[in-house]
Design a protein around this ligand. Sequence first.
Ligand code: FAD
Length: 453
Amino acid sequence: MTTTSHDYDLIVLGGGSGGLAAAFRAAQHGKRVAMLEPDELGGTCVNVGCVPKKAMWLAADLAGRIGLARTMGFDVPLRPVLSWKELIVHRQGYIENIHVSYRKRLDETGVVRVPRRGRLLDAHTVECSDGVRISGEHIVLATGAHPQRPDIPGADLGLVSDDFFNLCDAPAQVAIVGGGYIAVELAGLLQALGSRVTLLVRGGRLLDRFDGELAAQLADNLCHQGVRIQFDYRLRELQRDSEGDRVRVLGHDGPLDSVFDTVFFAIGRRGNSQDMGLEQVGVQIGERGEVVVDEWQTTSVPSVYALGDLAGKEGLTPVAIATARHLMDRLFGGKPQAKMDFNNIPSVVFSHPPLGKVGLGEEEARLQFDDVRVYHSNFRPMLQALADGTQRSMFKLVCVGPDERVVGVHLLGEAADEILQGFAVAVKMGATKAQFDATVAIHPTSAEEIVLM
Ligand code: FAD
């Protein structure tokens, strides 16, 4: 039923994780929805983020397991050869199935898909890139973010994470500039899939949003896997080498010894807020290109909202989706108090083995509470022990107060990505260490260590 004089109840800019979730939920509430997306459906996550990255991680994980299988007695060659091209056919086939299912859902739910970029003309009007104008009672901006390049000479000689997904083979020598999760993930999987990787980190540690002790152990693991890490590295310039097809990396202390086939920048992302008419309409934009929103995702213009990576809080797909659903439930679903809770969001770095966290790290907890108790477990998982592997797991619980409420679970080890989800529920519910202790272990697993500390 038409409820306003506008063409649509909702116009969504961007058909990535957040935009699609908003469109589907609003349609579920019976609203008339148009969604603008000039590119492939699914945005970063499906096309150049979580999904293709996880496909490559799974292949890298298999490479490690093939090595372990050999030690355990399986008759596999010392250096099994991977056909990247075949792997990419499987990866892209999987992604195409996701595109198909989104297209089908858009048809089924009656969301009008406009395959164009959009820009705001006023608080209720969007101009599509073909000049067509549409109006909506509410407008959601979910245009995501893009990878940044440093402001140095020769920056155009480097690639960014989007370009990684165009590779058809492992470059022999790779430098990766950055110490965040995308840099670490690319380093681990390129090294496992055939490259020789050098990781150039500006600070003194990896992953400053994760627990310091586990991040240090992860750096050790990467070194064991053959990745060379340089901390406190100040990049100055990239240059073509004399033959013209490789790249020299120059820091403030001089050039690196190696010449690289490929250099990746993984130094952060900036909100896609440019050329969208936002300033003219009065939508406030922050320093990193993010759209400034309040706790209800409302921008400085009351009928315009922003969410997902564009809103610059937690750059994760499930966060974009959950935020979109809460917003739609608030606007159209009769839940005036619905809003995203940004506390205790679990997240995982797909390293080898993966690193996961939910809640506060030890350092953060000590800043916020006087009474902090930390429990550790450091062990060799069974498969590593059986196959004479060197990789160790490190788990950590951060507890506070007299009742030892568990405010942080930090896991570096095999299957940490899968184990963490259930413990994230426990942390969200405010479970105590005594309740963890009262839970019977599942034996023999790595996960049991969490209830046996
Ligand atoms: P996006 O998914 O980026 O969608 C934005 C869409 O807006 C795009 O499709 C774009 O084409 C469109 N658009 C842009 N401008 C306009 C315009 N003017 N008009 C209309 N449309 C426009 N998250 C996880 O949870 N787990 C992971 O393992 C993970 N791995 C990642 C790995 C990499 C390499 C990267 C880069 C990201 C990863 N992320 C991961 C983050 C995740 O991909 C993002 O948080 C998520 O995609 C954000 O969704 P979004 O809807 O905000 O934006």
